[in-house]
Design a protein around this ligand. Structure first.
Ligand code: GLA
Length: 388
């Protein structure tokens, strides 16, 4: 298999400027993030894309109709920035939009798709996030994603296509066929618990709509932001979660196969944030080769639990199972798993050897059932091995 055919095989991992910085971006920030990726272990953990979101260009195209990087923010230009990122062994992402304008009012790629794809290729772009604002109403979004997908696939460079239409217009029905490698399935995340919880619950039964080469993107991570956004909507007024909530957020996104795009300011990340974002066991579950979605099991007794208490199970390539016990409710719960519900009746003679992916330790070997007590807003994620 040649390398290009592997583009998008696994959920993308990287960093995106939007959650923390929105409009306040510049080339030094992007270079600093690239440096931190290398010096603080993000690159070694698998994070590779550094993505500039909205607000990078001037408000007008040039005389040839090309997009122009804002010279105040990016005085050395995008090619130089791409070269710098590539020199660190990392990949460079940029942002545009289906419509006439981006969500923040900069020029969008509508009717400039092939021209813009060519320009991104010349700059050395490896990833394009493609938003959904200012779309003329008489043309379908489906068609516009297909158009940019074709433009990217024929621009002479491997560019990962990250669609962002927030789950609108029955995106699940057509996005894989469009050629996109990942697609946003929900509205914008906010740095608070309700937002994390609502996004996760809304995607619980969408496990069959994610997988290799077209991943369900549940939006950028808010892990480690603690309210530190310059944007009121994302979090500066309403923001911040506890460390356990961030841990649960990362566990949900990892188990559900979402791309893992960091949104905090990694230049100031504390140790807890790094321990979450760099957790090798969770990342291995997210990046598992077969890329299967997770299925949900409702805990017993079912009448006792609401939709915010559940287990997620992901079948891994080597025959292990990743199992998450999620308690998104506001009170502590015992979450009971009958192995029968995994396809493992006790008559098979198998037990499960459980490894706790957050405490990084073996929990022991269990027969027939396992019933951890999980605090409110928390979770337990185990890797389970079948043993006789
Ligand atoms: C939309 C997207 C966000 C971000 C902003 C930029 O809201 O969903 O992720 O890209 O636009 O304006």
């Amino acid at each position: 298999m040649d390398n290009s055919s592997l583009l998008g095989l696994k959920p993308a991992m990287g960093w995106n400027s939007w959650n923390t910085f929105t409009w306040d971006i510049n080339e030094q920030l992007i270079r600093d993030v690239a440096d931190r990726f290398v010096s603080e272990g993000y690159k070694d953990a698998g994070y590779e894309y550094i993505v500039i979101d909205d607000c990078w260009s001037l408000k007008e195209r040039d005389a040839e109709g090309n997009l122009v990087p804002d010279p105040k923010k990016f005085p050395s230009g995008m090619k130089a920035l791409a070269n710098y990122i590539h020199s660190k062994g990392l990949k460079f992402g940029m942002y545009s939009c289906v419509g006439t304008h981006t969500c923040a009012g900069f020029p969008g790629s509508f009717e400039h798709e092939f021209q813009d794809a060519q320009l991104f290729a010349e700059w050395g772009v490896d990833y394009l996030k493609y938003d959904y604002c200012f779309k003329p109403r008489n043309i379908s979004g489906e068609l516009l994603y297909k158009r940019m997908s074709l433009a990217l696939k024929n621009c002479g460079r491997d560019i990962l296509f990250s669609a962002c239409n927030w789950g609108a217009d029955n995106v699940y029905d057509w996005i894989r066929e469009s050629g996109a490698h990942m697609y946003r399935s929900t509205g914008d995340i906010q740095d608070n618990w309700d937002s994390i919880k609502n996004i996760a619950i809304s995607q619980l039964d969408k496990g069959s709509y994610t997988g290799s080469f077209c991943h369900n993107d549940m939006d950028m991570l808010v892990v480690g932001m603690y309210g530190g956004s310059n944007n009121d909507f994302i979090g500066s007024k309403i923001g911040g979660c506890s460390d356990n909530e961030y841990k649960t957020h990362f566990s949900l996104w990892s188990m559900m196969g979402s791309p893992l795009m960091i949104g905090c300011d990694i230049r100031n990340a504390n140790q807890v944030t790094k321990d979450i974002l760099l957790n090798p066991e969770l990342i291995a579950i997210n990046q598992d080769t077969e890329g299967r979605g997770a299925y949900r099991i409702k805990p017993e007794p079912q009448w006792f639990h609401s939709d915010d208490v559940f287990m997620l199970v992901k079948v891994l390539t080597d025959g292990d199972l990743a199992i998450g016990f999620f308690n998104l409710s506001d009170t502590q719960r015992e979450i009971s798993l009958l192995f029968w519900d995994l396809g493992l009746p006790s008559a098979t003679g198998y037990s499960l050897e459980l490894y706790d992916c957050w405490e990084h330790k073996e929990l022991g070997t269990f027969k027939e059932r396992f019933s951890p007590v999980v605090p409110a807003h928390d979770c337990l994620v185990v890797r389970a091995k079948l043993v006789k």
